[in-house]
Design a protein around this ligand. Structure first.
Ligand SMILES: C[S@@+](CC[C@H](N)C(=O)[O-])C[C@H]1O[C@@H](n2cnc3c(N)ncnc32)[C@H](O)[C@@H]1O
Length: 264
């Protein structure tokens, strides 16, 4: 008996579903209307991905991850949390100095880098020096990382400096008040491509920010990422999550979705 011709729309829908399932196990991305819309928009990229061989290092999968992840960010995002972080940084910076070591900050899911830029500016403001300061940004999205590594402050919506307090502007703006990273601040930054689901490749961190990232992940992936963030923090270190993220177990709340890992 002759088979009915395959329906191209049904084939595309089946491929999209298989690719969405592979993205979930690969990067922890949860099914959502945003993800479905992005997958539909990226149909040629979806068609190029083999669901049976998902791999973040594979060029077809890397291109798809670039297209479906959400990079919304800005300087001094969530100002009340940023204010709280600014108040909490000086004592732990001082502790690191007294111990004769550098100070390490991670922005996990850094997108185009504005969270890392803000944290670096806050640490520079607290210490008036970049000596020993290391700020690492990790993300999967290659174009976002390229922009971050160049130190470009993304134009975004409205004035990129609009939320930035006056005392941080010398690190984030030029003499005319246009957005620009201070060269010393730029030198303290490093950006790397990494899948948070596969570990961070960094330990001994004093401060970790992972905001507006876990909301895109499944419950299982969130738990895995939060466990690796806590493991990478020094005792006494700070973890900042997004405003709607679940509280991490075993950490002390300092308010504004900032948590402290107990001293060893
Ligand atoms: C909305 S942005 C958040 C940027 C910044 N943290 C902020 O709050 O402004 C979310 C970022 O998480 C990244 N991301 C999502 N899943 C990831 C994963 N499994 N590994 C690494 N980065 C991931 C996305 O590529 C995106 O750049």
């Amino acid at each position: 008996m002759a088979r009915a011709p395959a329906d191209p729309a049904a084939i595309a829908a089946a491929r999209e579903a298989a690719v969405a399932a592979a993205l979930e196990s690969l990067a922890g991305l949860a099914p959502s209307s945003v993800l479905s819309a992005r997958l539909r928009r990226a149909a040629p990229l979806v068609a190029a991905c083999d669901p049976a061989a998902a791999d973040v290092a594979d060029p077809a999968w890397a291109a798809l991850l670039d297209a479906v992840t959400v990079q919304e960010t800005r300087l001094y995002r969530h100002p009340s949390q940023a204010d709280r972080a600014g108040a909490l940084l000086p004592p732990i910076l001082r502790r690191a100095r007294e111990a004769g070591r550098g100070f390490r900050i991670l922005s996990a899911g850094c997108a185009t880098g504005e969270e890392a830029f803000t944290l670096a500016a806050q640490a520079m403001h607290a210490e008036a020096s970049a000596s020993g300061l290391e700020v690492l940004g990790l993300d999967l999205c290659r174009p976002a990382l390229a922009s971050a590594a160049q130190g470009v402050i993304a134009p975004g919506l409205g004035d990129p400096l609009g939320l930035v307090p006056a005392e941080l502007r010398p690190w984030l703006a030029d003499a005319e008040g246009s957005p620009r990273l201070h060269p010393a601040l730029h030198r303290s930054l490093e950006f790397r491509r990494a899948n948070l689901l596969e570990g961070l490749g960094a330990t001994g961190l004093d401060v970790i920010f992972c905001r507006n990232v876990l909301i895109y992940l499944t419950d299982t992936a969130r738990a895995r990422v939060v466990d690796s963030l806590i493991a990478a923090l020094r005792p006494g270190g700070l973890l900042a999550l997004g405003p709607s993220d679940r509280p991490p177990a075993g950490l002390e709340s300092l308010g504004e979705a900032i948590w402290r890992k107990p001293d060893a």
